[in-house]
Write a protein that binds this ligand. Structure first.
Ligand code: PNS
Length: 160
């Protein structure tokens, strides 16, 4: 298969996200990680910080590119000439949200398809939100996010 987009907030990227990106990069010829600029959502990291973190952790995946985007995902897909959205699914509760988003994207542009990959069981309890909560309360986030970004997360909370 050709080009796909893996979109998200990635605030921050977790080992669950990275696993989906690595696996999707083996299925598609080219994978774009789309990092959303969402002014309505208060993020810990700026979009440029998130893009830099992801670029750093995917640097050894030659067919993966990281782009920030604002506005509709389908617009980015049309700009990039991509038809497929790749998302990870952790649980039944993810399914409801993801099902709705997949249907909305397909309504906005029926040429777009969403493909789901099941998160590996060892990562199914990890979310960016829970990682931030653990880090904020001084717990260990080792094994939850890529090693390279652990100091950045700790630094961010220490500076708050
Ligand atoms: O990691 P997240 O926060 O669950 O990612 C959500 C994301 C970025 C995939 C979603 O919010 C999105 O696609 N935003 C762009 C706006 C859009 O296209 N909305 C219509 C589909 S509901």
């Amino acid at each position: 298969m050709k080009k796909a987009i893996c979109p998200g907030s990635f605030d921050p990227i977790t080992n669950g996200h990275l696993d989906i990106i690595e696996r999707a990069s083996k299925v598609f010829n080219e994978l774009i990680v789309g990092v959303v600029v969402n002014p309505a959502k208060k993020c810990l990291f700026s979009v440029d910080e998130r893009v830099a973190q992801i670029k750093n952790v995917v640097k050894d995946l030659p067919n993966v590119r990281v782009e920030k985007f604002s506005g509709l995902l389908v617009n980015l897909m049309n700009k990039e000439d991509a038809r497929v959205i790749v998302k990870g699914l952790r649980s039944v509760s993810d399914f409801e949200y993801e099902f709705q988003m997949a249907a909305m994207n397909n309504k906005l542009d029926p040429s777009k398809e969403t493909v789901f990959m099941m998160t590996k069981t060892e990562y199914c309890y990890i979310s960016s939100t829970s990682v931030k909560q653990v880090a904020m309360l001084g717990g260990s986030i080792k094994g939850l996010v890529p090693e390279e970004i652990i100091p950045e997360i700790i630094r961010k909370f220490n500076s708050k």
